[in-house]
Design a protein. Sequence first.
Length: 462
Amino acid sequence: MAKKTITKRSWAEPFKIKMVELLKMTTPEQRLKSIAAAGYNTFLLKSEDVYIDLLTDSGTNAMSDRQWAGLMLGDEAYAGSRNYYHLETAVKKFYGYKYLIPTHQGRGAENILSKCMIKPGDIIPGNMYFTTTRLHQELAGGIFEDVIIDEAHDSFNLHPFKGNIDLNKVEAIIKKHGAAKIPYICVATTVNMAGGQPIALENLKALRKLTEKHGIKIILDMTRVAENAYFIQQREKGYSNKSIAAIVKEICSLTDGATMSAKKDALVNIGGFLAVNDKKVFEEARNMVVIYEGLHTYGGLAGRDMEAMAIGIEESVSDDHMAARVGQVIYLGEKLIDAGVPIVQPIGGHGVFIDAKKFLPHVKQAQFPAQALAAAIYTDSGVRTMERGVVSAGRKANGENYFPKLELVRLTIPRRVYTQAHMDVITESIEHVYSNRKKIKGLQMIYEPKYLRFFQARFKPI
Ligand code: F0G
C-alpha cells in the first residue's frame, strides 16, 4: 500500500471552551408563528426563539477568561477611571492614535465626529456606505458619495480587494466640488455592505498621497480592521511575513483618525471610540462627548467595559485568533459554494453573504428578496440572518428608495462562539431552502420607520 502523505494542515480554534450557553430547539410550527409575529423581520424575533444566531457579529462575541477577569477590575469612578487609561494605552500601542474618546458604541463616535467635522453641504466620499455612518453624515448636513471600485458591486467578481477606493472617482469629486468642501474621506476596512471585502494597503497608500496633495483628511472606520489586516497578510505582495498587529498599525498610520465599533473586532459586547491625531479636533470632540455620551473618560461605558475592550484589542490582533476567525467564515462559505448557493465572492471576513437576487430571481427587488429569504431561512431551521439590501439602504433625501446593486442576506459569524458542526447545520438548512426556492414569495412593507428602517420595519407576504 502506498504511504499516505499529509499535506493539508487545518486551522482549529486557538482556545478551549470553559462555559457554555444552552440553546433552545424549536419546531417548524413555532418558527412560522414567531416570524409572522415579528413582521417577517429577523430583527424583531425574540432571541430565545433563535437556534443559531447569525444576525450580526456585533456585540455577540465570546469574551476570553482574561476579559472576564478584567471586568472585576472595573474602576467605576465617574472621572479618571484607571480603565480609561488602560484603554488609552492599548489604542496608542496597537493603533497608534494620539487622542482617545470612548463612546458607548460605534455610532456614538460617528455622531460626534460628524458634528465636529461636517458643515452643511460638505461632501464625504467613502468606500460604500454603512447605514449608521451615512445617516450621521447626512444628519450633520453632509452628502455621502460612493467611491468604492465598481468591482465591489458585482457579487461574482473575484477581485482580491473589493474594498479598494477608485482614485479616479475621488479626483472627479475633488475637481467638481473643490477640496475645501471635503472635510475627510471615510475609509472602511473589510467593507461590511460589500460583503466583508478588504482594502489593500497599496490602495490606501495611493489615496494618502492624493489626499495629502489636497489637504484632505482620512478617517478610518476601523470596526473590522484586524480582519482586513488578515486579508492583506494572505493576499498582498510583501506582507506574508508581517504580523496582523504590524499591518493593523500600518493601516492606522495612513489615516488621521478613526471611529470604532469595538463590538466587532475588539471582542467585547459593548463599546466603541473615536480616536484622532489632531489636537483641535480632539478638544472639540472631547467637549461634545459630554453632551451625548458621558464624561470624556468613560463616554457611556462602565469602567469594566473599557477594561474588557483594552484586553480585547490585544487579543484581536493575534495571528492565531485571526486565522481561525476568518478560517471559520471561509469554511462555511466554501461549503455553500460547493452546494451551488450563490454567495458574494471572494468570501468575506465577518460573514458569508448570499446573493438574494440570484437565489430568488423570480422576486423583484421592490418585493424585498433578501428580507424574504432571511425569513425563509429562519423558518426552515431557526438560523437567524440579516437583510442587507433595499430595506437596509433606505430612502434618499427626495423620498425615493435606494435600489442597491447588491441585495444580500448576511450570515454573520460571531467571534469564538460557534463550532464547525454549527457551520455544517447552517449549510444543510440553506441547501434545503435553496432546493425549495421557487416556493418563496416576496414581501410587502406594512410599517416603515423614518430612520434606519431595517431595524423595525414590518412586512407581510404577498
Ligand atoms: N461601521 C460599521 C462598518 C459597522 O459594521 C457598524 C455596525 C458601525 C459602524 C456602527 O457601530 O453598531 O457599534 O454603533 N454594524 C453592526 C452590524 C450593527 O451588524 O453590521 P455600532
